[in-house]
Write a protein of this length. Structure first.
Length: 283
C-alpha cells in the first residue's frame, strides 16, 4: 500500500505501527472513543445515507417483482423533474436535493475531525494529489464503465433488470449542469461513505479484511437493487474492485473521480442518444 496518502486510523502513540485504511485496533478506538460508540455512530451514518437507500431499493425491487409484466418493461428513473412545467422551481428542487444528499459526507468529515484523524484527508479525499486521482480515475472509469454497460444490456435482455432511465429532465438551460452535479454528488457520497468511512470504522471494530470487503460490496449492491438483479450484481463487483483499489492506493480520490466520470457519461450520453440509437433501451 502506498503510504504517502495513507488513511491512518487517527492519532498514533509514539512508536506505534501505522495502520492501513481498514485495520482495527485492540481495546479503545481512536480519540478515546469506545467501540460501542463507534458502532452506534456507524449505524446512524448508514441509516441517514446509503443504508436507508439500500432498504428503500429492496422495497422498490419487491414492488417491481410483484407488479404485472417483466422487469425490463418497467423503468427505474434516476434524474427526473420535481416540478414539471415550472423550470425555476424545478431547478430549486434539484439543487436542494443535491445539496442535502451531501450532508452525510459533512457528518463523516465532522466525525473524523472529532476523532483527530484530519477529517476527510484520513480517507484520501483532499486536494493533495489531483493528478494522481484524476489519472487513475480515468483509467478505472474506462474499464468499469464499458463492462458495466455490457452487463446492464445483457441483464435487461435476459429479463433480470429494469430499463434504467438515467435522466428525464426538461430541455432547459440547466439540464446538463444539474446532471453533472448529480453525478459528482453520487460519487462523493458513495465512495466517501461506503469505502473510506465504512472500511475505517469496521476495521476499528475488529472486522476481518474479507468481512469488511464483503460488507462494503453488499452495501453498494443493495442500494442499486431498485434497478434489478443486474444492478445488484454489477455494483457488488464494482464494490469489490473499488475496495481493493482503495487498499492499494490509500485514497478514495481516484474512486470518486472514476465514479463521477462513469455517471457523467451515463447521464449525458443518455440525454444525447436516447431515441437516436437502436441499442440504447428507452421507455
Amino acid at each position: 500500500m502506498q503510504s504517502d496518502a495513507s488513511p491512518v486510523t487517527g492519532a498514533e502513540n509514539p512508536g506505534r505501527k501505522r495502520q492501513g485504511p481498514d485495520e482495527g485496533r485492540d481495546g479503545g478506538a481512536d480519540g478515546g472513543l469506545s467501540r460501542r460508540l463507534l458502532r452506534g455512530e456507524t449505524v446512524l451514518v448508514l441509516a441517514l445515507s446509503l443504508g436507508a437507500s439500500g432498504v428503500s431499493a429492496l422495497i422498490s425491487f419487491i414492488g417491481s417483482l410483484t407488479r404485472p409484466g417483466g422487469l425490463k418493461d418497467q423503468a427505474a428513473m434516476l434524474n427526473s423533474s420535481h416540478a414539471p412545467g415550472r423550470p425555476w422551481l424545478d431547478l430549486a428542487w434539484q439543487v436542494f436535493g443535491i445539496a442535502t444528499a451531501l450532508v452525510p459526507v459533512a457528518l463523516v468529515a465532522h466525525l473524523l475531525i472529532r476523532e483527530r484523524a484530519g477529517g476527510l484527508r484520513a480517507v484520501g479525499f483532499d486536494r493533495r494529489r489531483p493528478g494522481f486521482d484524476l489519472s487513475r480515475g480515468v483509467c478505472v472509469a474506462a474499464v468499469i464503465g464499458g463492462s458495466g454497460l455490457l452487463l446492464y444490456l445483457g441483464a435487461r435482455a435476459a429479463g433480470f433488470n429494469l430499463t434504467v432511465v438515467p435522466e428525464a429532465l426538461p430541455g432547459v438551460w440547466w439540464k446538463f449542469p444539474v446532471l453533472i452535479a448529480s453525478a459528482v454528488q453520487n460519487a462523493v457520497v458513495e465512495e466517501v461513505i461506503v469505502v473510506g468511512y465504512l472500511l475505517r470504522r469496521l476495521g476499528q471494530l475488529g472486522w476481518a479484511p474479507m468481512a469488511v470487503l464483503a460488507a462494503s460490496a453488499v452495501l453498494r449492491g443493495s442500494y442499486h437493487l431498485y434497478q434489478g438483479i443486474g444492478g445488484f450484481i454489477g455494483n457488488m463487483v464494482m464494490g469489490v474492485i473499488f475496495v481493493l483499489l482503495y487498499r492499494r492506493w490509500g485514497r478514495v480520490g481516484p474512486l470518486v473521480a472514476a465514479h463521477a466520470l462513469i455517471d457523467i457519461v451515463a447521464f449525458l450520453g443518455y440525454a444525447l442518444l436516447a431515441g437516436k440509437v437502436g441499442w440504447l433501451p428507452t421507455v
